[in-house]
Design a protein around this ligand. Structure first.
Ligand code: GLN
Length: 492
């Protein structure tokens, strides 16, 4: 079969169970596509064909013996921020170019236990800091919709592999938008779960109070399948929450769009820099949801102006602390011929961290330093609480909140935005992480350059099922999520 990559995850699992094709055939199909297409997309940092085929054979044995799980034999790609035992985990950095983890991240372990087949590890902005994936030590990943554009970031490789059909599912992480924005730029569905829903164990830390892993795929249904696998409490992550996990697949029709109250924040649709076509596509999608029975309610989110400055203090502060472990001593890059310990620290860190990572370490260290701690870090934490309260107040009157995922479609590669311009592009996603809320991106059309536009829906805590369900029903009534980039239409 030449078109296995066109199947939905549900169709893939049915095809495997009914032996229409084997996991080995499916896996080989993707490996062939990667070999043929990925030198143009550059989404993989590491492809693991041998391990993938061995996992596929093991999956086929389970399928034959009738002991397979729901996703047994389905391939996926992991963002290169999730530790994989025996396979290099780089976080897109020269610092970890030689790093092989002695253990699997919980997300990776859960995927393995569910019988999913790992095709490899995909590219990302260095240490997940960025919005384009260009800051990777391994070079820029291309947007499958237009190879001259970025796929977004930091989970740009995860978005690109799915959009080019080089994997049917991918894991991503979202500290300030890194699942939703690349999903938006590549025409995919991506879910950032409630903080604590998915274990962070073995996920290389950027900003620990904001980081959260989640699924990226073509549809809400595909994401629900992966969420069923990766969500849940983990004793190895003290911030993961011990709360029953929904059956996200079974709940796909659980939320009625009819009668749903969707909050439209006044402040969000007047943001300077919101592209007119993005605005128009998002408004059309809201009209569609209205036609399906939802009510649109104008709301106020008064803290909107504080999102970017608050996040860009807290995230670098936490990053500066988390990244202090890369000292050239224990693991990771070590400079050549250090003259003493200070020289070892200094040169290892300045030779192996890229410019954006160094910028954040400097900002974060400054904000945490004695004398500035109260004025910057503590103040930002107070504002963070106000941002959270703003959302909780809004949720007294509405079920979900709608926004664009990003103010523009995908930037051109090499556009070379200043840090401030780049940070302002995160306006719609940052607050969700500051408040710890779940949010989803759904593709809702294209601009005149044929680049995808995304709608973001933000839910209250633990509303992952509701968000997936709303998007699922929207996708039953529209076909944006079925559109494929030309490169994805190519056969291997
Ligand atoms: N673009 C944001 C940043 O650079 C978010 C990144 C992320 O979510 N990992 O910090």
């Amino acid at each position: 079969m030449t078109d296995l990559h066109r199947l939905s995850i549900r169709e893939m699992t049915e095809g495997l169970k009914s032996a229409q094709f084997s996991s080995r055939e499916l896996t080989q199909h993707y490996l062939d596509r990667i070999a043929k297409i990925d030198d143009r997309v550059k989404s993989y940092v590491t492809v693991t064909p041998e391990q993938a085929l061995a996992q596929a054979d093991a999956a086929d044995n389970l399928l034959k013996s009738g002991t397979a799980g729901v996703l047994t034999g389905v391939p996926l790609a992991h963002k290169d921020i999730f530790c994989t035992q025996g396979i290099k985990t780089t976080a897109g950095s020269k610092m970890l170019d030689n790093f092989v983890s002695p253990y699997d991240a919980t997300v990776v372990a859960k995927a393995k236990a569910a019988g999913l087949v790992t095709l490899g590890k995909v590219n990302m902005d260095e240490f997940a800091m960025g919005s384009t994936s260009e800051s990777s030590f391994y070079g820029a990943t291309k947007n499958p919709w237009n190879l001259e554009h970025v796929p977004g970031g930091s989970s740009g490789g995860s978005a690109a592999v799915v959009a080019a059909d080089l994997a049917p599912l991918a894991t991503g992480t979202d500290t300030g938008g890194s699942i939703r924005q690349p999903a938006s730029f590549c025409g995919l569905t991506g879910l950032k779960p409630t903080y604590g829903r998915v274990s962070r164990f073995g996920m290389i830390a950027f900003a620990s109070s904001l980081d959260q892993g989640g699924p990226m795929a073509r549809s809400a249904e595909d994401c629900a399948f992966l969420m069923n696998t990766i969500a849940g409490h983990d004793l190895k992550d003290s911030t993961s929450i011990n709360k029953e996990v929904d059956d996200y697949v079974a709940n796909l029709n659980a939320t009625a769009v009819k009668g749903l109250r969707i909050g439209i924040p006044k402040q969000y649709f007047n943001v300077q820099g919101l592209d007119a076509e993005v605005k128009a596509r998002v408004e059309e999608s809201l009209k569609k949801l209205q036609d399906m029975g939802a009510t649109l309610v104008e709301i106020d989110l008064n803290m909107t102006e504080a999102y970017v400055p608050t996040y860009y203090l807290i995230a670098p502060a936490e990053a500066s602390s988390n990244l202090s472990r890369y000292d050239g001593v224990r693991y990771g890059y070590r400079c050549e011929n250090p003259t003493d310990i200070l020289d070892l620290y200094k040169r290892s860190r300045s030779e192996a961290f890229g410019a954006e990572v160094q910028r954040r370490i400097l900002i974060g260290t400054y904000a945490l330093s004695a004398g500035y701690y109260d004025a910057y870090y503590v103040k930002a934490q107070k504002v963070r609480r106000l941002i959270q309260q703003d959302f909780l107040k809004a949720f007294e009157n509405v079920d979900v909140i709608a926004a664009p995922s990003a103010p523009t479609t995908a930037y051109k590669i090499g556009a070379n935005l200043s840090p401030t311009e780049m940070y302002l592009g995160d306006i719609y996603t940052l607050a969700v992480n500051l408040a710890g809320l779940p949010a989803i991106n759904a593709p809702v059309g294209f601009d005149t350059n044929n680049l995808p536009v995304g709608l973001q829906l933000i839910g209250n805590y633990w509303s992952e099922s509701q968000l997936l369900s709303i998007v699922h029903q929207y996708q039953q009534n529209t076909d944006w999520h079925t559109k494929r980039a030309a490169i994805a239409e190519e056969n291997a």
